[in-house]
Design a protein around this ligand. Structure first.
Ligand code: ADP
Length: 190
């Protein structure tokens, strides 16, 4: 590890939650905030990964696990070089997120539960997928016909139906600072 800023450990912010919970939106705002503060940051978004790096994978639980593995590997490469990857990925199973966390054993795995309730996600239906899933047109849709296991002890939980995007970002960055004792954005730790 050559490029990581002195006194910091390779760090990933890992956003898990249902489709439509707000992972991509909060993730993009997080990377923007980190960059404004002078910290390199990259978003690894589940949908974006599926269009390329993971375009050989289905939505089976085995393939979702493989997508988690690949996201964690890319995140580790970025984090080793001092960037802060933000992963926005449903990553529905506890065991799979534990696998990702194990990749960051010598770093910091900040698990964030974007815990917006299913009813809200379904009412938003950003991509129209919930309506289709309810009609049985989308097999293996998380929360409808495929499981979602909530984190047992996430670092922090944010509900985008209660907090603004920027308030979610503040909450997450404060939690990481409290965990590590140093702020990713250079602001004073709370
Ligand atoms: P996911 O990546 O979890 O599937 P998205 O970020 O794609 O979710 O979609 C979340 C939707 O909810 C977006 O349309 C976003 O504009 C909306 N939204 C409303 N309020 C918030 C908030 N406070 N934080 C994040 N998203 C919000």
């Amino acid at each position: 590890v050559t490029f990581i800023p002195p006194g910091t450990r390779p760090t990933v912010i890992w956003l898990t939650g249902l489709s439509g919970a707000g992972k991509s939106t909060v993730g993009a705002a997080l990377t923007a905030r980190l960059r404004r503060s002078g910290r390199e940051s990259f978003l690894l978004d589940g949908d974006r990964l599926r269009s390329g790096l993971c375009n050989d994978l289905t939505f089976s639980l085995a393939d979702r696990r493989e997508q988690v593995r690949r996201a964690a590997e890319v995140a580790w490469i970025l984090a080793e070089q001092g960037a802060v990857p933000v992963v926005a990925l449903i990553s529905p199973l506890v065991a799979d997120r534990a696998l990702a966390a194990s990749r960051f054993e010598t770093g910091v795995f900040a698990e964030v539960f974007v815990s917006t309730p299913l009813e809200t996600c379904e009412a938003r239906d950003v991509k129209g997928l919930y309506a289709r899933a309810r009609r049985g047109e989308v097999p293996e849709f998380t929360g409808i016909s495929s499981p979602y296991e909530s984190p047992l002890s996430p670092l922090v939980e944010v509900r985008t139906d209660r907090l603004s995007v920027e308030a979610c970002v503040d909450t997450i960055l404060d939690a990481v600072a409290a965990l590590t004792g140093s702020s990713l954005t250079g602001a004073a730790a709370p």
